[in-house]
Write a protein that binds this ligand. Structure first.
Ligand SMILES: [Ca+2]
Length: 378
């Protein structure tokens, strides 16, 4: 507790039994009223993803390779046992965590991570059972591998989301091997759709097509680090990092080409054009649903539905790493009609944003001393 917060707590102590976390709460003005941002936990090593267990506790990944259970009040548990070896270099490591839709019965936890192999690395997805004590993932098995492995430490994606039919979508990156996002015999730069056990659905768009991987749902993606199921429509929404400029939101449809690197609103970090790019549009490719000309460097994505701040209901939230803020998007149907940037005063790279079962937003900040934050109406 800071000396200032301690003074406040002393002053308030006689009347209010202030919770311990009150020391770290901060009030922030937004277009829709004041919100309170409360630090629930700190000291997390580059936390990447969080998911909620049925009792309100959370599972949080740390990029170097740990998965921890964190209570609703912010008590951080020891790293769980039974995790796979991860390739924790560059952007790689333990990245995404998601629960089985039948978690209450099967206790299956899904992990997305970077895995070494073939002198390179690529994204893998596996699942295992959370033991009753909450101390280990048991019988972990790999159910999906991005093949071939092409990464030297960049662009693994990865986000996981189940649709209402129980299909598992895996949002991947291009391993920073641009042309491969257009090559259907490779899984880099794709959105993949598999069954919960890793088998491939019979009705995938490239099933039975010569020279194409049957796991592919859509292609031409750069580096996808956000995905969420729209709570009203059941449609999968994704987003991806552009190069310098051109971060996108897409609603990927079966078999379609989302353009990278043939079509992009961005340029190389060197300032030169993307060599393969025809421009912002290219024949046979889908335009982005929404695009940022200047890259916030987006990561994490959550719909706000039946939340504590009624004026945010139906909004979409996206984290921003480079511009260090939270992005709030207002929708009219599927159309994004208004954008607000908020929480800049925190000065935090926001890696993940999730909507909690208590009707509040939860954020992870990307740092050696990463934080878990709760955002609620003040
Ligand atoms: Ca695109």
């Amino acid at each position: 507790m800071t000396p200032y917060a301690a003074t406040l707590a002393l002053a308030a102590g006689a009347v209010f039994a202030a919770p311990a976390y009150a020391a770290e709460a901060q009030t922030v003005s937004t277009e829709r009223g004041e919100v309170r941002v409360t630090e629930l936990a700190s000291g997390l090593a580059h936390p990447w993803s969080l998911t909620f267990l049925p009792d309100g506790d959370m599972l949080i990944t740390e990029r170097p390779g740990a998965l921890r259970q964190v209570s609703a009040t912010g008590e951080v548990g020891a790293p769980l046992q039974g995790l796979p070896a991860v390739h924790a270099q560059g952007q790689g490591g333990l990245l995404e965590v998601a629960l089985s839709p039948g978690f209450a019965q099967d206790r299956l936890v899904y992990l997305g991570y970077a895995e070494a192999g073939d002198g390179r690395s690529g994204t893998a997805v596996g699942r295992g059972r959370l033991n009753e004590a909450g101390t280990a993932i048991e019988d972990f098995e790999v159910i999906f591998r991005q093949e071939p492995k092409l990464s030297s430490g960049q662009h693994y994606g990865v986000r996981l989301a189940f649709d209402r039919d129980g299909h598992l979508f895996v949002a991947l990156g291009d391993n920073n091997q641009r042309p491969t996002a257009q090559e259907l015999d490779k899984l880099s730069g794709k959105l993949v759709r598999i069954n919960a056990d890793g088998s491939i659905p019979d009705d995938n768009p490239f099933t039975g097509k010569e020279g194409a991987r049957a796991e592919i749902w859509s292609y031409g993606h750069r580096n996808q680090q956000g995905m969420a199921l729209h709570p009203a429509t059941g449609v999968i929404w994704t987003h991806e990092h552009g190069p310098r400029g051109g971060d996108e939101i897409n609603l990927p449809e079966a078999g379609k080409n989302y353009g990278w690197p043939l079509a992009t609103h961005g340029i190389n970090y060197s300032g030169l054009p993307i060599p393969e790019a025809k421009g912002e549009e290219a024949p046979g490719t889908e335009p982005p649903h929404y695009v940022w000309k200047k890259s916030p460097a987006i990561s994490g994505m959550a719909f706000y539905q039946d939340g504590k701040l009624a004026d945010w209901n139906g909004n979409l939230f996206v984290g921003a790493l480079a511009t260090k803020e939270l992005i709030r998007l207002e929708l009219d149907g599927d159309k994004i009609v208004h954008e607000e940037r908020l929480l800049q005063s925190l000065g935090e790279r926001i890696r993940d944003v999730r909507f909690g079962p208590d009707g509040n937003l939860y954020l992870l900040t990307d740092a050696d001393d990463g934080r878990l934050l709760r955002v609620e109406p003040n």
